[in-house]
Write a protein that binds this ligand. Sequence first.
Ligand code: SAM
Ligand code: SF4
Length: 335
Amino acid sequence: MDTTPPILTDSFQRKHTYLRISLTEKCNLRCTYCMPAAGIPLTPRAHLMSADEVYKLAKLFVHHGVTKIRLTGGEPLVRKDFETIVKKLATLKVEIAITTNGILLNKHLPLLLELGITNITISIDSLSTEKNQLITRRDYFDAVWNNVKKMQTLVDEVKLNVVLMKGVNDNEICDFIELTRFENLKIRFIEFMPFDGNQWNTEKLVKHAEIINMLHAHFGAKNVLRSTDAPNDTSRNFKIQGFKGNFAIISSVTNPFCDTCNRIRLTADGKLKNCLFSSSESELLNDFRNGLDITPKIKLAMLSKKRTRGGMDTIEKLEDPELHSKNRSMIAIGG
Ligand code: SAM
Ligand code: SF4
């Protein structure tokens, strides 16, 4: 009997079954919290994974126990060969999910539905056109909102990601939740996280506890119901009594969920990140191109995974720009 530990298990016995693949560093938006105003230097195309390399690397991870793959970026749908990639990935025995800003969703929905890919999360941070323009530095609110509406006619539950920033969109928390009164929407409020160049500070953070206090004041504490979380859920789930939809809070800053983490990331340039917050990366693509066995490198990367937030285990460490600026911008990691 083979007693070798699986290569995707880390030294804290966390099994990593969820791979997030960034398909591109490019995006048709310029969200303030995700990328610096001046943009990021783009990796030359030759150093990015081709469609075939995405497929072959994904296949290797699936072979080693990955059961779910989320395609992200940058904006995954801006990649010209996006449809080739999903078609190839759909041949693997794996659940496929996508996180998108939603702008181009209508173009790809027929194929996604044909392939049975309905786990699609759309990011939208404000219900106001003007504020969206301010946050994304682009004017695409109507396109995104139309695609949210379209998705609602096609799937049972539509998930919306909302990154909360104090003084920017925290006054819309109750408006977002109001949307769930009659509609089967899931609103996922995400605490603003620090990455290189996104001007993060704790003052801009809307904490999990603040969100709950606001909701207690608005809807009444007894009406804010805590729901059960799925194993490995990064979000804490809630709903308002009597509402059709529900909401969740992803509190990676004030209340991290590292103990049950099952996630790893592959960047568009083929590097493995064992944690979203970790600045260390393992180069896989070059070795793969050179025909080397990359499993020892993957194993090593997993064994070096820190227990909490890439070693930034206290909020003080996370606040330190010396530490969090060593990491890439979110757009180049793949959120
Ligand atoms: N372009 C796609 C989108 O916006 O959904 C996928 C990539 S984006 C990096 C993935 C998710 O990360 C989005 O929901 C986005 O809002 C979130 N995100 C980006 N920067 C963030 C930050 N600094 N803190 C928290 N969430 C962030
Ligand atoms: Fe683009 Fe998504 Fe980042 Fe916004 S959050 S800039 S849509 S990658």
